[in-house]
Every structure is written in C-alpha cells, then in structure tokens.
Design a protein around this ligand. Structure first.
Ligand code: PMV
Length: 370
C-alpha cells in the first residue's frame, strides 16, 4: 500500500534520469500546523511504528512555514546545502537523514540539492510541537518538488497519505499534522482504514460541537525540555509498565473515539486528562525518574478541576513538558477566557498564553519551476 503510494512519485521518469535541466530550479513552500494529542504516542518499534494508536487535533495558529529550493546537482544523493542560510544549522542533519531515506524511495530527488528556509509562527519551547509542524512542512515541500519534477499531478488524498507516511519517518507525531481537524495514527479495530504506517483524518466521525474545539497553551516555562521525545520513546522499550500502558492506550483510543462521535465533552475531558497524567506518570516511573511538571503546572491543573466542578466546560492536556493545554468548546470561550485571564495567567511565565483552535491543515503557498 505505502510502496504503491511512493511509487506514484516515480513516474514517468526512469530513476536515473534528470528531473531538471542545467540551471533550472524548483521552489515549493508549505505552511503546516502543529497538533496536540488526546491519546499520546509514547514508545515505538522498528520502522518508526507506534506501540499504540494515538489521536490528535491539528492546530490553526501554530504552524511552520517552510520553503525548499531544489537545484539539479547530479549524484548529490539529496544533499541539503543550508537551512536558513546556515550550513551547520541544528536541523540540517535531521532533515538530511529524512531526504536520504526518501531518495531510496523516490530516486529522482537524489539528483537535487536543497536550500531550506523555515520559521515557526510560535515561540520555541512553549509546549507546541515544532517537530510535528516542521517535519510535515518539509516533507510536503519535498513531495511537491518530486511531483513537479515528474510533471504528473497526484490526487490530493494520495499525496497527503504519502506525506503522512513520509513525515512519520522524521517524527511520529508529524504524520498527524498533514490533515486538518482530528486525526488518528495507528491501527485500531474501531476505525476502518486506520494504519500504523500513516495517519488518517477522522473529523467526519467527530460530533460537530467538537470540531471547533479551542486549545489555549498556558506557558509555565519556556526552558527547553529536559526529555527529548526520542529518548522518551526509547525508555518505553524497557519500561516496567510498558505492556499495561499499550493495552490501556488501545482501549482509551476506542473510548475516546466514542466520546468524540457522541460529542460527550465530560467523557472526552476525563479520558484526555487521564492520558496526560499517564504520560507524566510513565515519565516519572521510567529509569532515571524525571519530573517534567513545574509547581505552577500542578496549580493550574487544580484550578481547572475546581472550575470544572463549578460547571466550567474546560479540560487540560500536557505534552512531555510543563506547559498546560487548556481545551474548551467554542460556546464556552468567553467564560473560559475570562477564567484564564483572572486565575491562570498569573501562574504563567511572563503571563505568556497562546490562543489556538482546531485547524484545517496544511496549505501550499508556492510552487514554481524556473
Ligand atoms: O513525534 P515525536 O517523536 O516528537 O513524539 C511525540 C510525543 C508526544 O508529543 C509526547 C505525544 C504525541 O503523540 O504527540
């Protein structure tokens, strides 16, 4: 299935032919959002496959804009010349690794070298996954370049499925960012077409009342996180609670899909918070036992619980860091945002809060060959 998706990008040129004439260049630019998980991807196996399925919501205001310029340079094997004009940019190695893998699948890219310009709409280390938006934006650019080089348009759904498949190789959560709304990555018996190889959009299964859900990020600390997710995934390979976690997450996906379909906000709140705390419990009980929450994280969670008891329609989730994502449906926005300003903002670092919401997915902003 995935092989045949990738092979679409290899027509009609034989693998060794040049995609471009001497001096020609292709430029592709994509804006791609980050996403936040309700059920977390935590732990992987060989081939970047998840230990458990995950469900995410694509954001709207938090995105990466990436522009990739491809130049014909025979036999470079897909070298990245620079990122943001720097030949030793910290992202360069990670992006080049992804290109090298992709060249094996789409050989036409192997005769190109790339200049990358990339920037985020959101500040660094604020609890918004820049790897999800960054890797998906870069992948979309590479696939647009391959498509253009081949001169044959690929149907949108196939293009996006392939983008999800390829993004997964760079960062697991990035595979959920290529579709708008709600996405599911990983096989589950309750959703037909679900796969460990790529994410699929599931918004059509979600109750309309939840399709405009807000996600406001309460920035408790912008100090870079002490546990990179790659290290976290590795810890799960030997985690004493690993098998139980996998079983539980599989069940939570089934229950959470049901809550989303029924528009059951209370159930969604319970399951999402339970997942967030489970992620942190797994981190705390990993060898080396890390605490990623700050005292303000706990204070904010307690305030949210107290407000919910009094009827406020809001719940939280956490990524692998101290910052809190506060989620609430559209009609509750005025009341919740008042609560944020009065009660939660004083607990945030320099009062930093990022307002975001369920978004519509990536947008191609440029595609040129000259
Ligand atoms: O995509 P990665 O390898 O950065 O892992 C993401 C892990 C979490 O953000 C903690 C959970 C998730 O599903 O997004």
């Amino acid at each position: 299935m995935s092989r045949s998706l990738l092979s679409m990008f290899n027509r009609p040129h034989p693998p060794t032919s040049s995609p471009l004439g001497e001096g020609e260049i292709i430029v592709a630019c994509w804006q791609s959002p980050s996403n936040i998980a309700f059920v977390k991807y935590w732990g992987k196996k060989e081939g970047q496959l998840p230990l458990n399925p995950s469900i995410g919501m694509t954001l709207n205001q938090s995105y990466t804009i990436t522009s990739v310029e491809a130049e014909f340079t025979k036999g470079t094997g897909g070298r990245i010349i620079s990122v943001n004009g720097e030949v030793q940019h910290p992202f360069l190695t990670k992006l080049e690794k992804l290109v090298k893998w992709l060249v094996q699948e789409i050989p036409v890219l192997g005769n190109l070298s790339f200049r990358v310009e990339t920037s985020n709409s959101f500040p660094h280390s604020t609890g918004i996954a820049s790897s999800a938006s960054g890797i998906s934006a870069f992948t979309l650019c590479l696939l647009s370049i391959a498509e253009k080089a081949n001169g044959e348009e690929i149907p949108l759904m196939d293009f996006m499925k392939t983008a999800s498949f390829v993004s997964r190789m760079g960062s697991g959560s990035a595979c959920r960012s290529v579709f708008g709304g709600y996405t599911l990555w990983g096989k589950t018996p309750v959703v037909r077409g679900s796969s460990d190889l790529f994410a699929i959009p599931v918004t059509e299964l979600v109750h309309p009342s939840l399709r405009t859900l807000h996600d406001t990020i309460l920035v408790v600390s912008s100090t870079p996180k002490s546990l990179p997710s790659s290290q976290g995934h590795t810890l799960m390979e030997i985690h004493p609670f690993g098998p139980a976690r996998i079983r539980q997450a599989r069940n939570t996906v089934i229950e959470l899909m049901e809550a989303l379909t029924q528009g059951d906000l209370n159930r969604l709140a319970e399951l999402t918070e339970f997942e967030a705390l489970t992620l942190h419990a797994l981190i705390m009980s990993s060898p080396g036992g890390m605490i990623l929450m700050e005292p303000q994280t706990v204070q904010i969670i307690k305030q949210i619980h107290a407000a919910r008891q009094k009827g406020l329609a809001a719940f939280f989730t956490l990524d692998a860091g101290p910052n809190v994502h506060l989620m609430y449906p559209e009609p509750a926005a005025p009341e919740v945002e008042n609560f944020i300003r009065k009660e939660l903002m004083p607990l945030c670092e320099n009062g930093v809060i990022i307002y975001d919401q369920c978004g519509t997915g990536p947008v191609r902003t440029k595609m040129e060959k000259h």
